[in-house]
Design a binder for this molecule. Structure first.
Ligand code: UDP
Length: 321
């Protein structure tokens, strides 16, 4: 697994190990945390180092690779796109090269709803046009476009998971979202509640009912489960495929603020600022394919439960700091 020290990777690694799979984590720790890896076998390595990566893949000979390692901040990608193309696109190419050399032929790839750009309708279906409006989305699209060629030429089958907005934490409170700097809405709102420092709502003049952006928030556990189902489908011989991973239910930024207020019992201090570059107004998944094809069903179907797990984690973290 690449990126296993990150938020979604760490959850998936933990779930895989609970299901009896042996997981080796590769991460350069540029944005992830060593403590997220726990006692899984770990190699600190940058994907850009193709020779070292090839040697490692050849030595481990995994049945499959689950590839999370990437930069994920939309705003940053619009300031330094080169970082995103180098790390996300270039890093993935290096990984595909290493896998091909070692004859590893199953991949689960972390993609994003950002590949759809400004969708023509919601819910978004997997066969909608791919038209990203930020460099982060494009850096993932470029990988998605390589994958069919690796399948055709090298027989490398892949499951592409296009995440909507991952949120929430392990209910036992061990793993949760802690990016530094944090850019994601729910952890920022929880920090605001704890610190009293206001959050900025990025724009309230979007063509949505309350003017703020609408997103489809999905619990990280349900996202992790989608990876395991995708992996098991590959092991069973399924052909390459792409899946949206979301709940199919959208919430505006102001609705998320209200959910945080109801869970925490506290007011969220916020002010309205300008739009963030590269933000589509509405992203909501049509997630039927995932359920139909892989049998996926969410355990956290509501925003309140998702926010509650994130709040438990944020509170615990603030106490131990
Ligand atoms: N957002 C916001 N203020 C913030 C961070 C995010 O208003 O400080 C909004 C952002 O514009 C988007 C939504 O919250 O509409 C979710 O953003 P996030 O960065 O969490 O995820 P993304 O959709 O970029 O993957």
């Amino acid at each position: 697994m690449t990126g296993g020290a990150g938020y979604i990777g760490a959850h998936t690694a933990a779930l895989l190990r609970r299901r009896g799979y042996a997981v080796t984590v590769v991460d350069n720790l540029s944005r992830g945390y060593r403590h997220n890896v726990g006692d899984a076998p770990f190699h600190q390595l940058d994907l850009a180092d193709t020779p070292a990566l090839s040697a490692l893949v050849a030595a481990i000979r995994p049945d499959a690779v689950v590839h999370f390692a990437a930069y994920i901040a939309v705003g940053e990608s619009m300031r330094v796109p080169e970082l995103y193309f180098a790390n996300n696109t270039g890093g993935s190419l290096s990984l595909l090269t290493a896998m091909t050399r070692a004859g590893i032929r199953c991949l689960v790839f972390s993609s994003t709803a950002a590949v759809y750009g400004m969708p023509r309708a919601v819910p978004i279906l997997e066969d909608f046009p791919i038209a990203p409006v930020n460099a982060y989305g494009e850096s993932k699209v470029l990988v998605e476009r390589m994958l069919p060629w690796f399948d055709q030429v090298h027989g490398l089958r892949s499951m592409v998971l296009r995440y909507f907005n991952a949120a929430g934490a392990d209910p036992e409170g061990r793993l949760g979202e802690e990016h530094e700097p944090e850019t994601h809405l729910i952890p920022l709102l929880l920090r605001a509640v704890l610190s009293g420092e206001p959050v900025t709502v990025f724009g309230d003049d979007y063509p949505t009912p309350d003017g703020t952006c609408i997103r489809d928030y999905i619990h990280v556990h349900d996202l992790a489960e989608a990876h395991i189902l995708a992996l098991e489908a590959l092991f069973a011989g399924a052909p390459s495929n792409q899946f949206n991973v979301g709940l199919g239910q959208g919430y505006s930024v102001l609705e998320v603020i209200r959910a945080v207020e109801s869970v925490t019992g506290k007011k969220v201090p916020y002010r309205v600022g300008p739009r963030r570059e590269g933000d589509p107004a509405i992203l909501v998944a049509g997630a039927g394919r995932l359920g139909r094809t892989l049998g996926w069903a969410p355990q956290y179907p509501g925003l309140t439960e998702i926010v509650r797990t994130a709040w438990d984690f944020a509170r615990q973290r603030s106490q131990t700091k």
